[in-house]
Design a protein around this ligand. Structure first.
Ligand code: ADP
Ligand code: MG
Length: 338
């Protein structure tokens, strides 16, 4: 990983300003994305009281050199992009250099990090002010403990939903991150109870089974498709297995999960008339495409992205799903004909 450096103002101006930390789930998302960007193979997430008390993320990634730790908490300081060209072909999940300073300004942060080469460092920040910075013996990797979120912004605190809702948002984010990265071993623990554990053996089927259950996985089938612009893979539920909500659809573009109404719609379209009104399938589709056709610098949380050939992609997704389901229907028919 390159050194952390402050981005020039022109570039930082291009990065649209906005709120990064809306709720505990945003803290989980930003910290875990940093761990993924640091090439971690194991990421453990420990949450207390739905994240309102604390969120801790421990990874075994590249770590931060101790002389760069303070810089990591400055606004627009990042190791992930350097110039304008990089901005239009972002491969990492982060690149805005906003998450750590944003989080640290509204909470208590304790980070221990080491690049595994030199002595590690521990930094503590309270409401944006560094209160402790000292050497630590941490092994390679980073742990970040965020507590008392929004202690100095009571309005934000008031705006949060019931703890059960905040926890379900955390769980949802971790599920999607785990689905986007089956090659990483994730665990999510809440108040001492394990909610998710994935093996990191790069087995998407296993991750889906861990999230939606083995029984549901058995009613899902693989999809695969490729054309000159897009490669698509994933699993879709048979039309018999549906849910009353759309939230069981995960779309992943270049290993980043995104929310896109149009693409969700394309998935449903692929089922044609096979779904009952108001029922939605369980779907995980992973799309690989040229990063230069994707603009991720649309939204501070980077969940919304702009895709140049969106119409073509929608059609391709619908078609791939439609064809996969049609073939599936042929199997029992062929057997009936025997
Ligand atoms: P961004 O991810 O957009 O670069 P952040 O504020 O999230 O901005 O992080 C700032 C920098 O701190 C990152 O660019 C990276 O170099 C470093 N960093 C943050 N978290 C980690 C981590 N878990 N492991 C290694 N480096 C990290
Ligand atoms: Mg980040």
């Amino acid at each position: 990983m390159a050194d952390i450096h402050q981005l020039p103002t022109i570039l930082s101006d291009q990065i649209s300003a906005g709120e990064v930390v809306e709720r505990p789930a945003s803290v989980v998302k930003e910290l875990v994305e940093n761990s993924i960007d640091a090439n971690s193979t194991k990421i453990d997430i420990v949450v207390a009281e739905s994240g309102l008390k604390s969120v801790e993320v421990v990874d075994n990634g590249s770590g931060i050199a101790s002389n760069q730790v303070e810089l990591a908490f400055r606004r627009f300081a990042t190791s992930k992009i350097s110039d304008k060209r990089d901005l239009f072909r972002v491969r990492s999940l982060g690149f805005r250099g906003e998450a750590l300073p944003s989080i640290a300004s509204v909470s208590d942060v304790d980070m221990k990090t080491s690049d595994g080469k030199k002595q590690g460092a521990e930094i503590q920040i309270h409401g944006g002010k560094v209160v402790k910075m000292e050497p630590s013996q941490a092994r390679r990797g980073t742990s970040v403990l965020v507590s008392d979120l929004f202690f100095n912004t009571p309005n934000r605190l008031k705006y949060l939903k019931a703890p059960a809702t905040e926890l379900s948002k955390i769980s949802d984010i971790v599920n999607r991150l785990a689905l986007s990265h089956p090659e990483i071993a994730f665990s999510l623990t809440h108040n001492g109870r394990e909610l998710l554990r994935t093996s990191g053996r790069n087995n998407m089927q296993q991750v889906i089974a861990g999230i939606y259950g083995n029984r549901n996985m058995k009613q899902m089938i693989a999809i695969k498709g490729e054309n000159p612009d897009f490669k698509i893979s994933g699993y879709i539920s048979l039309p018999e297995l549906t849910r009353a909500s759309r939230k069981y659809t995960s779309v992943i573009v270049n290993e980043r999960f995104i929310r896109d109404f149009g693409l969700d719609h394309a998935i449903i379209d692929g089922y044609g008339s096979k779904l009952m009104v108001g029922r939605y399938p369980i779907v995980v589709v992973s799309i690989t495409m040229d990063p230069s056709l994707v603009d991720v610098n649309v939204h501070p949380s980077k969940e919304e992205i702009r895709i140049s050939k969106k119409k073509e992609l929608s059609t391709f997704i619908s078609q791939t799903i439609y064809e996969t389901l049609s073939k599936q229907n042929l199997i029992p028919e062929a057997m009936n004909n025997q």
